[in-house]
Write a protein of this length. Structure first.
Length: 98
């Protein structure tokens, strides 16, 4: 069976691989039964994640809340609007730090 790009079997489970912030990430899709339909869905999920990363919309914690890799990315938050930047700056100035 040929797998979609970035999809593989690992210890009898479906795993996807992608690059996020320059780091190769591998996530096992918990609870997904290994069959051709789910392998195709995993390929679609990976493609959606890659697209979100390219658009700057990917949130690791939303996609993989139980991931061990989450700690690599949770210390920083992407600020995508001026309002978020303004709120962050105001909070920083009021509290004297984060």
């Amino acid at each position: 069976m040929k797998y979609p790009t970035g999809v593989e079997l690992h210890n009898g489970k479906i795993r996807i691989t992608f690059i996020y912030r320059g780091i190769r990430c591998r996530e096992v899709l918990q609870g997904w039964v290994v069959n051709s339909s789910n392998i195709k869905k995993a390929g679609n999920l990976r493609a959606a994640i890659v697209s979100e990363i390219q658009l700057g919309k990917f949130d690791y914690a939303d996609r993989f809340p139980e991931s061990k890799a989450l700690k690599k990315f949770s210390s920083t938050k992407r600020i995508s609007t001026f309002k978020e930047l303004s709120d962050f700056f105001t909070r920083y100035k009021v509290t004297g730090g984060i």
